[in-house]
Design a protein around this ligand. Structure first.
Ligand code: LMR
Length: 334
């Protein structure tokens, strides 16, 4: 009996050792937000499905919250092949020389998630992802986060309330123009530094989907938040091209399946995660939440829409128009 137990134990150890040895492909997946966000949860979901579908041939190591790399560094690390996968926000591809992604930063270009999905899940979205290939990167999918709100230490009801304020933005020229359009002073800053920047007054305010505001505790260092929904923040899930193309074909197609499933998951939870975060911010009692009325919303829109035309030369008027066609957006009709 004892011998049988021992043999069984040895056999089990052998199986474990074989499984571990088989996990010869390791994917380091780095990102900058908390684990408890749409992107954090979707990357964990991808890890689970990738490991299941490849029967342990692939191990995915997820590094959240800028623990491995910050914004700018993570793209460099991916190109060098030090990490294999990332999901940077669409606003962060400009410095890489792929300015087309900044089209997603145009204020008010999407009314809601349905509008957005016509682009991210259609041919226009696919053509933008394709542009990454010349940079040694494969674009795998778009994952949603949500629509941004402004926060600051002084009340925000109309665009005039942002005049002269130093506002942290992501590294996007479109966002720079958006902030200038309301008379603010744009300050590019890595995501990992925003909490401290707000706390110490290096910047007066910022813009975020609620899940980011809440999980980074920004609401604890901001007094006012206006639910403006003036622009979108979402992600492109990307991989180092040499790594991705070099995968055995069966493994690659299993990972593609895992990516399809995680994309469905990410885009299903994003809105509810952001609604939940807004509720949690409200409950914290640390920040006054204001929902602008119709006239105030219109004032924001009027102030920011000229950014579309201003950015045509940078992003391409054909691309902007192709998005208008997909969503039915008409800038002349406010
Ligand atoms: C930001 O820098 O504000 C965002 O891009 C962070 C993120 O990845 O959601």
């Amino acid at each position: 009996m004892k011998l049988r137990t021992l043999l069984f134990g040895l056999a089990a150890m052998g199986i474990c050792a074989t499984a571990a040895a088989q996990a010869s492909i390791v994917i380091k997946f780095s990102h900058v937000v908390a684990a408890d966000t749409p992107k954090g949860k979707a990357s964990e979901y991808f890890k689970k499905r990738a490991e299941e579908l490849t029967h342990g041939k692939v191990r995915v190591e997820v590094y959240p919250n800028s623990t491995l790399y910050k914004d700018k560094e993570e793209l460099e690390a991916l190109q060098l092949g030090v990490v294999q996968m990332l999901a940077p926000s669409l606003a962060k591809f400009g410095p890489l020389g792929v300015k087309e992604f900044e089209v997603f930063d145009l204020p008010y270009i999407f009314d809601d998630y349905a509008d957005l999905h016509r682009v991210t899940q259609g041919p226009v979205g696919a053509s933008i992802l394709k542009r990454l290939e010349s940079k040694g990167i494969v674009g795998l999918a778009y994952w949603d986060n949500g629509f941004k709100s402004f926060s600051a230490n002084t009340p925000i009801r109309t665009p005039a309330d942002l005049r002269g304020k130093k506002l942290r933005i992501q590294s996007s020229k479109v966002l720079e123009e958006e902030i200038r359009a309301v008379g603010g002073l744009p300050q590019v800053m890595a995501f990992s530094e925003v909490y401290q920047g707000l706390k110490t007054g290096v910047v007066d305010g910022t813009e975020n989907p609620h899940s980011n505001t809440y999980t980074q505790k920004m609401h604890e260092v901001q007094k006012y938040l206006a639910v403006t929904n003036h622009g979108y923040l979402g992600y492109a899930v990307i991989a180092n091209k040499r790594f991705w193309d070099g995968l055995p074909a069966d493994v690659r197609s299993q990972l593609e399946q895992a990516m399809r499933e995680s994309t469905t998951y990410a885009n299903r939870i994003a809105k509810e995660e952001n609604d939940r975060a807004l509720e949690a911010i409200r409950k914290s009692g640390k920040v006054q939440i204001y929902v602008p009325n119709k006239d105030e919303r219109m004032a924001f829109k009027k102030a920011m829409l000229p950014v579309h035309q201003k950015m045509e030369a940078r992003i391409g008027s054909d691309l902007i128009r192709s998005i208008y066609r997909e969503t039915g957006f008409d800038p002349s009709r406010l």
